[in-house]
Design a protein around this ligand. Structure first.
Ligand code: PRX
Length: 635
C-alpha cells in the first residue's frame, strides 16, 4: 500500500492514524517509494521537541534538484516545467520544458562554481518573479549552496541586514523589475545595501528591464555573459539529509528578522507529499500559485512542490490589477489553469471590482482553489466559491507558516467536506493541540487556545540561522515538548480547526507577516518621534491594517501633521519596505503603560478597532486618564 496519495476520507483517517502512531514507518515508506536517494537513511527520525533537536532521515544522501529535475527527464523531458507569464500581457508567455530547465540550471550551477561559490556558502537572491529566480535557486541547491531569497519589495536596509545576518558572499539580482505600470530599480537598492556589506564579493546581474544601471567593476557581472561560456555538464552535489537547503527570513514579534533554516531531506519529502495531496495533483494539470517566490508559499508550492512532482508551474511576474482587474482570470483562461492558489487579500481586493472582470473569462479549466496566508472571511470565501470556482471547485484553506515548511492544517479537495473559515483537519503526520495559558491541554470545543504541534514533522525548520537559543526560546519554551505556533485557534465538534489569528505582536497584513517591534524601531528613528506603538486592526481588503499610536518629542514643532505622517511612512519604507507602511497614525500625548513600563497593547487594539466598550482591568496603568484622552483623539 502506498501512502503517497490519499484517495478518500476513509483512507485519510487510516493514513492519519498510521502517521501519528508510527511516524517513522509512515514517512520512511513515503520517502523510499517516491524520491531518489544516493544513499538511504540510518534512522527516519531522531531527537524530540523538548530539545528542539529533530533530525529526519539521518545520514541519507541526496540532492533535491536531482529529485526536481534529473529524474523526470526520461519521462517528462519535453513537458513544460515552467510557464512564465510576463507582467505585460502583450509580451509572449515563455514555456520552459524540463529538458530546458535542467540545462539552464546546470549552466547556472557551473557559473556559481566558477565564481567561487562552494557547498555551504550562502547566496542571496533578490530578483523579480522571472524564470531566472527559480533557476538561481535550483542552481544553488544543485551545488549545495544555501539560498536565501529576499522578497524584491524589501528596502536596501532590510536587504543589507539579511545579507549580513546570513553572511552571503554573492548576490543575484537584475537590472530592474516590471511591476504593473512601474519599473523598479532593484540594482540601485542592491548597490545601496552593499555599501553596508563589504564581504559580498560578486553580484550577478540578470537582464530584464534594460534600464540604465551602475556597474561596479570587478564586482558586478552580467549573468548572460557567464552562462554563454558555461558548460551544461553538472553532477549534483551529494548532500546530507540535514544539510541546510535554504534560509528564509520571517518577522518576529521582537528583534531582528529570524532566518528560518530548512534542511534538505525532510523539507523535500514533506513538500512533495503535501503538494500532491493538497492540490489533488494529476499529471496534465497546470498549477498556479500566485505567491512570490520570496515568501515560503512560493518556495514550497510555486517551486519545490510542483517540480518534485514533475508538474507544470506558472510563474507570474505581474500584479492582479494590471492592466486591469481581470488579469488573474485572463491568465487562468489563457493557460487553462487547473489549480489556483492565492491569498484572501487578493480575493477581497478583486471582489470589490466589477463582476464583469471575472465573468468575461472562461474559468472552466479550474478544479481546485486554494487560500493561504491569513484567515479567509466568509464573504471572500463565498465570492471565491461562486464566481471563481463556480461552485464546482473545492476551496482548501491552508494553514501553515514559514517555520513549518509546508501546510499543516487543510482540507483535501474532493475528500474533506469544507466549511468556510475553518482550515479543517491536520494533514497526516501533524498532531495539533490547543493549550491554555496555564499550559493545560484544552479538550473542549469552541474554546480558543494557543495552537501547538505535539509531534515532529519532516518539513519543520531546524533552527534560526546563527541563533539556536532564539529558536528554542521562541518556539519550544512556552509549552515544553511542543512547537508553539504563535497563533490562536479553536476546534469544533468534528475536530475541524479554525485559526483565530496571532496571539503575539505579529500582524498579518495582506498575508504578510509583520512584526510590530521593527516598525516601531523604524518610526522612532524619526527626529520628531518620542515613542510609538503599533497594533493591527480589521481592514476590509488587507485583513489587518496597521495603526500607529505616536508620541512626539515636541508637539509644536511639527505643525503640519500630514507631512509628518508622510515622513514617518517614508522612514518605514526605507527601513523595512513599503509593505510595512501604516494605514492610520494617531498622535497621542502618551501611551497606556503599566507601572512597570509595559505598553498595554490590548487597550490600543480596542481603540484601533473602534471598540470603546470594555477596556478590562486598567488599574495597573500608571496614568489611567491617558486612555480617555487617546479615545477622544486628544493630544
Ligand atoms: O497567523 C498565521 C497566518 O500566517 C502566519 C504565518 O505567516 P508566514 O510565515 O508569512 O507564512 C504565510 C504563508 C504560509 C501564521 O502564523 N496564516 C497563514 N495561513 C493561514 C493563516 N491564518 C489563518 N488561516 C490560514 N490559512
Amino acid at each position: 500500500m502506498s501512502y503517497y496519495q490519499i484517495e478518500n476520507l476513509e483512507e485519510y483517517f487510516k493514513h492519519y492514524k498510521k502517521s501519528i502512531r508510527e511516524p517513522k514507518k509512515f514517512w520512511g515508506k513515503i520517502a523510499e517509494e517516491n524520491f531518489t536517494w544516493y544513499q538511504n537513511w540510518d534512522k527516519v527520525l531522531e531527537g524530540d521537541l523538548f530539545q528542539a533537536n529533530v533530525k529526519w532521515f539521518s545520514n541519507a544522501k541526496l540532492n533535491i534538484v536531482k529529485n526536481c529535475l534529473d529524474r523526470h527527464l526520461s519521462k517528462r523531458g519535453n513537458k513544460n516545467a515552467i510557464i512564465f507569464e510576463p507582467n505585460n500581457p502583450d509580451e509572449p508567455s515563455q514555456f520552459i520544458t524540463y529538458n530546458e530547465l535542467y540545462e539552464r540550471v546546470c549552466k547556472m550551477a557551473n557559473v556559481l562554481l566558477e565564481q567561487g561559490v562552494k557547498k555551504g556558502d550562502r547566496v542571496c537572491i533578490y530578483l523579480p518573479m522571472i524564470p531566472e529566480l527559480t533557476i538561481s535557486i535550483l542552481a544553488c541547491a544543485r551545488i549545495g549552496a544555501i539560498h536565501s531569497v529576499i522578497f524584491a519589495g524589501f528596502s536596501a536596509s532590510a536587504l543589507a541586514s539579511r545579507i549580513e545576518d546570513c553572511g552571503a558572499k554573492l548576490v543575484i539580482t537584475s537590472d530592474g523589475a516590471f511591476r504593473g505600470n512601474k519599473v523598479l530599480d532593484l540594482k540601485a537598492i542592491v548597490d545601496e545595501a552593499l555599501t553596508q556589506t563589504p564581504e559580498v564579493a560578486k553580484v550577478l546581474l540578470v537582464k530584464r528591464t534594460n534600464n540604465k544601471i551602475n556597474i561596479v567593476p570587478n564586482r558586478d557581472l552580467w549573468v548572460d555573459d557567464l552562462l554563454a561560456a558555461a558548460s551544461s555538464n553538472s553532477v549534483a552535489e551529494v548532500m546530507d539529509a540535514e544539510d541546510p537547503l535554504f534560509i528564509l527570513y520571517t518577522s518576529g514579534s521582537t528583534g531582528k528578522p529570524k532566518g528560518m533554516l530548512h534542511t534538505t531531506a525532510g523539507y523535500m519529502v514533506y513538500v512533495g507529499y503535501t503538494f500532491k495531496n493538497l492540490f489533488n495533483y494529476k499529471e496534465d494539470d497546470i498549477f498556479w500559485c500566485t505567491a512570490d517566490i520570496g515568501w515560503i508559499t512560493g518556495h514550497s508550492y510555486n517551486l519545490y512542490g510542483p517540480l518534485l512532482n514533475g508538474a507544470t508551474t506558472v510563474i507570474f511576474e505581474g500584479v492582479p490589477s494590471y492592466p486591469d482587474f481581470g488579469r488573474f482570470w485572463q491568465v487562468i483562461e489563457k493557460h487553462k489553469i487547473t489549480q489556483f492558489y492565492t491569498a484572501p487579500t487578493a480575493i477581497r481586493a478583486l471582489a470589490k471590482e466589477n463582476l464583469s472582470f471575472v465573468d468575461n473569462h472562461d474559468l472552466s479549466s479550474l478544479r481546485v482553489l486554494g487560500s493561504v496566508g491569513e484567515p479567509i472571511n466568509e464573504e471572500a470565501w463565498h465570492w471565491y466559491n461562486n464566481h471563481v470556482g463556480q461552485k464546482k471547485c473545492p476551496i482548501i484553506d491552508t494553514w501553515w507558516q514559514t517555520e513549518t515548511g509546508g501546510v499543516l492544517i487543510s482540507a483535501l479537495p474532493f475528500i474533506t467536506p469544507t466549511k468556510p473559515t475553518y482550515a479543517s483537519l491536520p494533514l497526516p503526520g501533524v498532531l495539533p493541540v490547543l493549550m491554555d495559558d496555564k499550559r493545560n491541554e484544552i479538550d473542549d470545543n469552541q474554546v480558543v487556545g494557543n495552537l501547538c504541534i505535539k509531534q515532529p514533522w519532516p518539513g519543520m525548520a531546524r533552527t534560526i540561522w546563527g541563533d539556536h537559543q532564539r529558536f528554542i526560546d521562541t518556539y519550544f519554551t512556552a509549552f515544553p515538548g511542543k512547537y508553539f505556533t504563535g497563533d490562536g485557534a479553536l476546534r469544533d465538534e468534528v475536530g475541524y480547526y479554525r485559526i483565530t489569528g496571532r496571539v503575539d505582536d505579529v500582524v498579518i497584513v495582506s498575508g504578510h507577516n509583520l512584526g510590530t517591534a521593527p516598525i516601531e524601531d523604524a518610526i522612532n528613528e524619526h527626529p520628531a518621534v518620542a515613542e510609538s506603538a503599533i497594533v493591527g486592526y480589521p481592514h476590509d481588503v488587507k485583513g489587518n491594517g496597521l495603526y500607529g499610536f505616536v508620541t512626539l518629542k515636541e508637539i509644536g514643532e511639527y505643525r503640519d501633521r500630514n507631512n509628518l505622517i508622510k515622513e514617518i511612512n517614508e522612514q518605514i519604507a526605507t527601513s523595512i519596505g513599503p509593505i510595512a507602511k501604516l494605514d492610520k497614525i494617531q498622535f497621542v500625548e502618551g501611551l497606556p503603560k503599566t507601572r512597570s513600563g509595559k505598553i498595554m497593547r490590548r487597550i490600543l487594539r480596542k481603540i484601533a478597532e473602534g471598540d470603546f466598550s470594555n477596556f478590562g482591568d486598567t488599574s495597573t496603568l500608571l496614568d489611567p486618564e491617558i486612555v480617555d484622552k487617546i479615545k477622544d483623539g486628544k493630544i
